[in-house]
Design a protein around this ligand. Structure first.
Ligand code: MN
Length: 210
């Protein structure tokens, strides 16, 4: 098991959410690295940028969304590493679970890092990204700003124009299902499991049945 997924697993009860627990990452030959962006309607709506790196998804929450205009910068808070299988996750995290809310697979594709290798760039706190997704195309830079207040804080900076112009309808839809956040929130999906006390009571009733 990948030690860097400890935080991720500690926060979740996988009997109560459809999110993946994460298997040991197979070692992949060097090649194109993948990224995804989730749109996450939770307590506070935000986007999550996840970059495949060293067998996990390095993850940042971006409260105000991905900067799309050259020169624009947005706060990006680094979160716990997520398992690679999270790349395919879309759906509802039931109420009462960590990060409960609706998760949309907003964009996915491959990325390249210029300068140093991805892991080394991350360590140095400067990642020059070329994103090649369905929506995000072009150059961004992630810069760690830790020490200026908030822990784990970075800036995501748009360093050149996006190569695609997308309509707001396209921007609203999942690259996996084509659904909007509202459509995903309204779809049946995984029903919230019964509360544990209820389950215990039911089991007890079954076991004490004559
Ligand atoms: Mn999130």
């Amino acid at each position: 098991m990948n030690a860097s997924l400890q935080d991720y697993r500690a926060k979740r009860d996988f009997s109560r959410t459809d999110e993946p627990a994460g298997r040991p990452a197979p070692s992949r030959p060097l090649g194109k690295m993948r990224f995804v962006v989730h749109k996450h309607k939770a307590n506070h709506s935000h986007y999550d940028l996840r970059l495949e790196m060293a067998g996990v998804l390095k993850s940042w929450a971006i409260p105000k969304g991905i900067p799309m205009d050259k020169g624009e910068a947005q706060l990006a808070l680094e979160l716990e590493d997520h398992p690679l299988e999270y790349r395919g996750f879309e759906g509802i995290i039931p109420l009462g679970n960590y990060a409960a809310g609706t998760v949309q697979l907003w964009d996915r594709g491959t990325y390249k890092v210029s300068g140093f290798a991805a892991g080394e760039s991350w360590q140095q706190g400067k990642i020059s990204l070329l994103l090649q997704g369905k929506k995000l195309r072009g150059h961004w830079r992630l810069v760690r700003t830790e020490g200026e207040g908030i822990k784990n804080s970075w800036l995501l900076i748009k360093t050149a124009e996006n190569l695609l112009r997308l309509s707001s309808a396209e921007l609203d839809r999942s690259v996996l299902s084509g659904k909007t956040i509202a459509e995903l929130a309204g779809s049946p999906g995984h029903p919230p499991p019964p509360p544990r006390s209820g389950l215990k009571a039911k089991l007890k009733a079954l076991m004490t049945r004559p």
